[in-house]
Design a binder for this molecule. Structure first.
Ligand code: MN3
Length: 202
């Protein structure tokens, strides 16, 4: 089965005023679709074409060299954006709970400590990329990746990722990436992040 863009689980305008409708339409329907189309094109006719995207990204180094960078960028873009839609919600914001809240307190002292790390990491990412909270097999960590590189390719489980490509915020925030990163916490879907943490931490 070729990859498909998953339907957005809420309306395009549901994340306003923090993320505007036009950005969501372009981001989901055009940018994500392009990653899916290009990933499918690169993988077509190879033994990897029916594998889950996570499996492909975990094995980039053994992919045929002539498709490796196209797959890294575009399968990466597909996986990253599929996660991104899921970890945002019009009912988002607030505080995490349960085991995730405990792990955050242990690693970052507080939720504010985690937010600060993710914002700083996203602000400092030169050019395009993502700011991530991951589970690394033993605990939580924050780092950024360039372009559409996925933590899965470094054997980490992405729990929360904030897209810091300009296409994610430029229409509303222009060059004010820090303002976008602050506002983003109003739409974070902690329940979805918690579910990802529970499946990863086994
Ligand atoms: Mn994007």
């Amino acid at each position: 089965m070729p990859y498909e863009v998953p339907p957005l689980p809420y309306d395009y305008k549901a994340l306003e005023p923090h993320i505007d409708e036009q950005t969501m339409r372009l981001h989901h329907d055009k940018h994500h679709q392009a990653y899916v189309d290009n990933a499918n094109k690169a993988l077509a006719g190879t033994e990897w074409e029916d594998r889950p995207v996570e499996q492909v990204l975990a094995n980039l180094e053994i992919l045929p060299e002539d498709i490796r960078s196209a797959v890294r960028n575009n399968a990466g873009g597909h996986a990253n954006h599929s996660l991104f839609w899921e970890i945002m919600s019009p009912d988002g914001g607030g505080e995490p709970s349960g085991s995730l809240a405990d792990a955050i307190a242990n690693t970052f002292d507080s939720v504010d400590g985690l937010k600060k790390d993710l914002i700083d990491t996203g602000v400092k990412r030169f050019g395009s990329g993502w700011s991530w909270l991951v589970y690394d097999g033993t605990g939580l960590a924050v780092y950024s990746t360039a372009n559409q590189d996925s933590p899965i390719s470094s054997s980490d489980v992405p729990l929360l990722g904030i897209d810091v490509w300009e296409h994610a915020y430029y229409l509303k925030y222009q060059n004010r990436r820090p303002e976008y990163l602050e506002a983003w916490w109003n739409v974070v879907n902690w329940d979805a992040v918690q579910k990802r943490f529970e499946s990863a931490d086994k």
